[in-house]
Design a protein around this ligand. Structure first.
Ligand code: WTA
Length: 635
């Protein structure tokens, strides 16, 4: 019997039980039967939760790109691995077969080696959603270099802090990027970032927009001429199961982004397994995930998961609203997409437009539709179900995180009955628990609590790059012996999970995780600002938007408040990125603080939401009178 595929509900429960009782046997069998190894493991897993020390497939040797590409060549060489759909619908799509992908990755891997990149070196990739991005990621994995993809919407200082944190030797970028009707000069953003990054000795530049760029002598090289010279053959690096595969930064509750480190074998096994089951992928399906490869969703479910299964994956360069609000649906029709995976924020923004945009395209190729990144509200769920899935495609509401590497709680389509707004049941191997404030596990159903996971799974991040102590403190100390997700959840009468949202200082805006601390740090650097506090508040389309309470230094100096608001937002955009701009900025004379000096964000959150009903106990505040003022002047 194989555990790789769950075919019905009975099998789900059977596999789930096996995965809990005998996790090593369960994952060992999946790993053995579905992947190519140079050498198998001595132990399936070892762990010490107190030390946050987790290892899977100890001493196994493998290369993930052999599993993503080489092993498919005999059977699927001429099958499309990637379909590239450009920003402009008038530009033809590109179809990259597994054979071609092999050649392109091999050439790129050879270029990287020629440029002096070796196993263990860090390479920052700052590229738009073009085939070169996929090729660059896979080429790093091919030679054992650790890729650190930085989303191409991030600012120069966000790139710099990420490059400095992990000491990248190289940056791979492009002249520019297309985004709807805009062209963005990526290379000049990289140039600005690199002024502060002495470890970077080379920059490879792909051509996309033909924007004029400055090339720095001795550092910058055009990518294409190097690829033209390279040979389309490459011997993959033999990697240890626990060798790092990539670093991906996520926001935290302090100003410094956390470089989550994922390693090779466990990540490979779990992303492949979850992709197969959650999208019910069959050989001739066309799969499309609209995320950016700059986020974990793109890593695991545009690239690795699909390619590990020999799937055809669509890479979409554009945006849902360009050239019109029918673009997603037109692309589904054009490429006969079978699985479509997107974010609630995109669904909400399209649901507010006329359904004519959806109805004029043939969506009959769809089988499964998915949602990720934030809770999907009931209205959006129904719109997605009615207008996109036509009530015949199960919606997989997939809960997971950058830190978890792969999907943790989700329906298995055609197996788990779905329920609007519920991520439903844990995947085999995943043991979620809800914890109360006294750190006790809450038993039974119809309960709410903090969501933890009490046993390791193969794709859990192993550490924060360069700061294992912070990894332990952030994820393993709030509830000793357990991994704490930072999310709250409820478990209904049948044991289905619904994620209610973050319980920490992270706000999810349009599906992007934003730590409030780094935004406050950026704002506080503005010369007019003395102090600031940022909270999230509900927003119809973005899910949440940001509300800033700001104390100014010299009240008199900045008479034009709107201008100052604009300036502060430009400051935020240039320090973090345009996604972190504040929707509302209220200037205040003080912030509610506890006697120990901590800002009481719970009160600010309530004010931002417009809920003045119950502030709880404010007697512990140093300055309770300020609450009234802030409330009265709310925007
Ligand atoms: C939230 C994205 C509700 C959650 C894969 C989590 C969700 C954070 C869902 C991680 C979902 C993700 N329902 N909330 N289906 N999926 N989240 O690291 O708060 O970008 O902790 O990973 O997104 O965001 P990240």
């Amino acid at each position: 019997m194989s555990y790789y595929k769950i075919n019905n509900l009975e099998e789900y429960f059977k596999h789930y039980k096996k995965s809990i009782r005998e996790p090593r046997k369960f994952w060992g069998k999946i790993a053995e039967e579905n992947f190519t190894w140079y050498q198998t493991w001595d132990k399936v897993m070892e762990f010490d939760m107190a030390e946050a020390d987790i290892k899977w497939f100890t001493n196994a040797k493998v290369n993930i790109t052999k599993n993503c590409i080489d092993r498919h060549l005999a059977k699927r060489g001429n099958k499309n691995a990637i379909i590239f759909e450009p920003n402009d619908p008038k530009e033809p799509a590109q179809y990259i077969t597994y054979n071609e992908l092999y050649d392109r990755v091999a050439k790129m891997a050879n270029v990287l080696r020629e440029q002096g990149i070796k196993k263990g070196d860090r390479v920052c990739i700052y590229l738009p959603m073009i085939p070169e991005l996929a090729v660059a990621v896979l080429a790093c994995a091919r030679i054992g270099a650790i890729h650190s993809v930085v989303f191409a919407g991030f600012s120069a200082s966000a790139i710099a802090s990420r490059v400095i944190d992990c000491g990248c030797k190289m940056v791979i970028t492009s002249d520019g990027a297309y985004r709807g009707n805009k062209t963005i000069d990526l290379k000049s953003i990289v140039d600005e970032a690199l002024e502060k990054c002495p470890t970077v000795t080379s920059v490879l530049v792909a051509k996309r927009t033909n924007t004029e760029v400055k090339m720095k002598e001795g550092r910058d090289l055009w990518l294409q001429p190097l690829l033209d010279e390279a040979i389309p053959n490459n011997v993959a690096e033999i990697m240890d199961a626990e060798d790092p595969l990539f670093i991906l930064y996520t926001s935290g509750s302090t100003g410094k982004p956390k470089g989550m480190l994922h390693t090779t074998a466990g990540y490979m096994v779990y992303t492949a397994y979850t992709f197969k089951n959650i999208f019910n992928y069959e050989e001739n399906d066309i799969y499309w995930c609209t995320a950016d490869i700059g986020w974990i969703t793109g890593h695991s479910y545009i690239l690795y998961g699909p390619l590990l299964n020999g799937a055809t994956t669509v890479i979409f360069e554009g945006v849902p609203s360009y050239p019109d609000f029918g673009r997603f649906w037109e692309v589904i029709d054009k490429h006969k997409v079978s699985q479509f995976y997107t974010a609630p924020t995109a669904i909400r923004s399209l649901a507010k437009e006329s359904t004519v945009w959806v109805d004029k395209h043939d969506l009959s190729s769809l089988k499964v539709i998915g949602s990720v990144g934030e809770p999907i509200n009931e209205e959006a769920w129904h719109w997605y179900n009615d207008h996109v899935g036509k009530k015949k495609c199960p919606i997989v509401d997939t809960w997971w995180q950058t830190e978890t590497g792969g999907i943790m709680i989700s329906p298995v389509p055609f197996v788990t009955p779905t329920k609007p707004t519920y991520a439903t049941l844990p995947l085999p191997g995943i043991q979620p628990v809800l914890m109360d404030e006294k750190r006790n596990e809450i038993e039974g159903n119809q309960v709410v609590g903090s969501l933890c996971v009490k046993f390791p799974w193969p794709s859990i991040a192993r550490t924060i790059w360069g700061d294992h102590q912070r990894y332990k403190e952030t994820y393993f100390s709030a509830f000793p012996g357990k991994y704490f997700t930072g999310d709250g959840a409820l478990r209904d009468e049948v044991g289905y999970y619904r994620i209610t949202g973050r319980v920490d200082d992270v706000v999810i805006v349009s599906g992007h995780n934003l730590g409030t601390a780094p935004i406050e740090d950026a704002i506080n650097e503005h010369p007019a600002v003395a102090e600031s506090a940022i909270v999230g508040f509900p927003h119809d389309i973005k899910g949440n938007a940001l509300y800033g309470f700001i104390i100014l230094k010299e009240i008199g100096e900045y008479r034009d408040r709107d201008n100052l608001r604009k300036e502060i937002n430009e400051h935020v955009a240039s320090h973090i990125g345009p996604i972190a701009k504040l929707d509302k900025i209220q200037f205040v004379s003080g912030l509610p603080k506890t006697r120990s000096g901590k800002i009481m964000r719970r009160i600010l959150r309530k004010i931002a939401e417009g809920d003045f009903s119950n502030f709880g106990d404010i007697t512990t505040l140093l300055n309770p009178e300020i609450v009234e003022e802030i409330k009265n002047e709310r925007l």
